[in-house]
Design a protein around this ligand. Structure first.
Ligand code: ATP
Ligand code: MG
Length: 290
């Protein structure tokens, strides 16, 4: 199944027709290509998590349509028959560890697969596979989730989503609160999975280095509107714009910008440590001033 995702003129309003009515998405038009690694960035409150909940119809647009693979979600879409969609689109919510509830880690990871009709035995196998994939020892399966550290709980929650073997993996700030090594491992694991299983990944993050290192497309939101989209290379070249919007700049690009101010002339700003090192060491990509 080709899981292209398309938002067309999507508006969303929380609690419409009530005193708490709040419109938070405005006329959104954007696409997420099947198999891509798509980053969604923007300030707190810009609507990122709200968008993510449209990806498996937890929320439905107030106006417009969201198309996910062969499913078209409109304001009047019936709540029945959404299970196939929810099986295909796995969402790791912000602070997913708060949703752990079973008495053992194994049961927690098996819950999702079983809910989608996987047998007890196969669900147990999935739990073993995915607990190791998220970097935890097998023995963890027997423990109570509440006896784990925050970082370990996070990994268990992620394993639970992965065990449903979704085609689209949606990650809402998945490494927030992890230590630097845990962060690196987790990001490497997602990148590996994407290649291995041809997953589509949608990543919400405030870390522009992660966007530069992993994403192949980025959509920038501001107050519920798309204000820029393109490859990280397109979006991050305009450092002045990023600084003005206070969105953060990839470390390598910020460094290259400082070099530029000292007279270096880059053909284009390198976005990753690797790209920056290559330019400095080989001088390729450096224009020479006469
Ligand atoms: N359940 C809700 N009911 C009413 N309003 C909500 C609800 N959830 C979010 N909002 C409002 O919608 C707007 C967008 O919130 P959203 O959570 O999508 O932002 P975000 O970009 O994910 O922010 P953050 O980076 O802080 O996670 C905010 O103004 C928020 O107050
Ligand atoms: Mg959010």
């Amino acid at each position: 199944m080709v899981m292209d995702i398309r938002f067309e003129q999507v508006d969303f309003t929380y609690q419409p027709n009530s005193p708490f009515e709040q419109r938070v998405l405005f006329d959104l038009d954007f696409q997420i290509k099947d198999g891509s690694y798509h980053a969604l960035v923007g300030h707190t409150g810009s609507g990122k998590s709200t968008i993510l909940q449209h990806l498996n119809a937890l929320l439905k647009p107030t106006k417009g349509t969201v198309t996910i693979g062969d499913r078209v979600i409109t304001p009047t879409t019936n709540n029945k028959n959404l299970k196939p969609l929810r099986k295909k689109v796995g969402i790791v919510f912000q602070f997913p560890e708060s949703q752990l509830f079973e008495e053992t880690v194994a049961k927690d990871i098996m819950f999702g697969p079983k809910n989608f009709g996987v047998s007890e035995e196969d669900a147990a196998k999935l739990a073993e596979e995915y607990i190791e994939l998220v970097g935890l020892p097998l023995e963890t399966l027997k423990k109570s989730p509440f006896d784990l550290s925050g970082g370990q709980m996070r990994r268990v929650a992620i394993a639970g989503v992965l065990a449903m073997e979704p085609e689209v993996l949606v990650l809402d700030e998945p490494t927030a609160g992890l230590d630097p090594q845990g962060r690196r491992e987790m990001m490497a694991m997602f990148a590996h999975l994407q290649k291995e299983k041809q997953l589509t990944i949608v990543l919400v993050t405030h870390l522009m280095d992660d966007v530069a290192d992993f994403a192949d497309y980025v959509t920038v939101l501001e107050k519920g509107r798309v204000v820029k989209q393109g490859t990280p290379n397109d979006v991050f070249q305009d450092v002045a714009w990023l600084e003005e919007k206070q969105l953060g700049v990839p470390t390598a690009a910020a460094f290259a910008k400082r070099l530029q101010e000292k007279g270096w002339t880059f053909n284009e700003l390198p976005l990753t440590a690797e790209a920056l090192a290559k330019v400095i060491l080989t001088k390729e990509g450096l224009a020479h001033d006469e």
